[in-house]
Design a protein around this ligand. Sequence first.
Ligand SMILES: CC(=O)SCCNC(=O)CCNC(=O)[C@H](O)C(C)(C)COP(=O)(O)OP(=O)(O)OC[C@H]1O[C@@H](n2cnc3c(N)ncnc32)[C@H](O)[C@@H]1OP(=O)(O)O
Ligand SMILES: CC(C)C(=O)C(=O)O
Length: 501
Amino acid sequence: MDKNRVYIFDTTLRDGEQVPGCQLTTVEKIEVAKELEALGVDVIEAGFPISSPGDFQSVVEISKAVSEPVICALTRANTKDIDAAAEALRFAKRGRIHTGIGASDMHIKYKFNSTRDEILRRGVEAVKYARKFTDDVEFYAEDAGRADNEFLARMIEAVIAAGATVVNIPDTNGYCLPEQYGAKIKYLVDNVSNIDKAIISVHCHNDLGLATANSISGVINGARQVECTINGIGERAGNTSLEEVAMIMKTHHALGYTTGINSKRIYDISNLVSTMMRMPVQPNKAIVGRNAFAHSSGIHQDGILKHRENYEILDPEDLGINPNSIILTARSGRHALKHHLERLGYKIDKINLDEVYQRFLEMADKQKEISDHDLQMLMGDGQDKNYDEKAIKVTLLQVVCGDPLRPMATVKLKINGEEREASAAGNGPVNATINAIHEIIKDDILLDEFSIQSMHGGSEDVSKVNMHVKHAGKSYYGFGTSTDIVNASVHAYVDALNKIY
Ligand SMILES: CC(=O)SCCNC(=O)CCNC(=O)[C@H](O)C(C)(C)COP(=O)(O)OP(=O)(O)OC[C@H]1O[C@@H](n2cnc3c(N)ncnc32)[C@H](O)[C@@H]1OP(=O)(O)O
Ligand SMILES: CC(C)C(=O)C(=O)O
């Protein structure tokens, strides 16, 4: 075994999915799990099977669909959770049960109203019980970040003796400083007599923005598994972000750590997770944010054009990104403008660059960014084209429903610029609306899954609708939001149709 190989344990589908509004259907989770497998993660934490029949089923289906990574299921330290996890993992080629209990005095006193000895005993019993089902048992010492190191070491030694093969030292509340967290891991390495029988795992939260720094500090001090999520999503302020860990290890290769991550897939999976979980990535997010490779001021743009590494420590191609890194704004200079004009095929020797630059600045002062299309307008080419001409748009939605009224809907769609209208009845307003759309589209489309969720709760809330439709053997997803559930539904359906046609 390579002593510097760091295992990547992805918990996007468990800790990431705990985020309000990020819940996925089983079909969606399978799609993410397959992408995680292609990305090269070592472990996929697929869910918490006791928590709901849906989560249980997702662990079952992911275990069937994915074969390379270990599939892990989370439990509390009790037999019914462990039974459910073992049952859900029955199809996994390699299944792991992740059990554990709180380790800080705060949790011991105020969550469990218990004592250190009793909690340690429950942890040990849980590991022993989990070992009846699998040889791969991970133990988490929840809130280890705030736990007393001496007690933590005693607990970790006892659970390893009971059969834990991975010991997870979570900074559950994102409390630690990198030096403190690193020292905690080192303390365990130095004081747990059987620590060489288990892999130390780090699971850090981002409450103070230190999750990645703490994870790396943990690795430097002896941990060899990092628990992380795509885009850093997760409970509260999120978890360590997978892409940050993978790229830190790749960029700082002098540290000597390796992972199995194929970095060229990072950008695509980041987009997939962000779209499916309706969780936009902040533009300045490290590695995958929209601006991570965007240079907007003249001095930087000039530097980048002369030698990319002047202002980029990562190569976007390593992440599967082909960015337009030179963003034209009113802060851009002539080098950047010339670069884009040449890219668009203009012959610079036939242009008065100073004159175009003045007109460019006037335009850029009025709008935030200058697109290729704006540049073409500036150079006097063509009229503003309607790129949305082909899209299907809803131009009218009228619904009648009530009790005892028969639900009826009238829908008008604009397709390829042409308006078409139809009315239909249904067993409810959404069904009537979809039937009316089918009257217009007249194609073989199957609505396979339909879920509706409120963003926050309360009757004034915005509804989010997710749809999964099938057409010609392929799956398409649609998403819509509105304060009106029928409107949100029709937009989700049309969103999926726009992906088909
Ligand atoms: C740090 C983390 O991210 S842990 C993962 C968090 N994820 C989840 O909570 C998954 C979603 N949760 C759920 O579906 C539910 O909370 C369930 C099914 C797990 C439990 O539901 P309920 O049985 O109704 O309990 P509820 O959630 O209200 O309370 C938690 C109970 O588990 C106990 N508990 C919490 N952690 C542990 C643990 N690691 N081991 C043993 N018991 C625990 C609590 O003390 C409490 O028990 P009590 O009723 O004796 O006081
Ligand atoms: C369940 C554990 C690993 C966890 O999520 C945490 O402590 O944050």
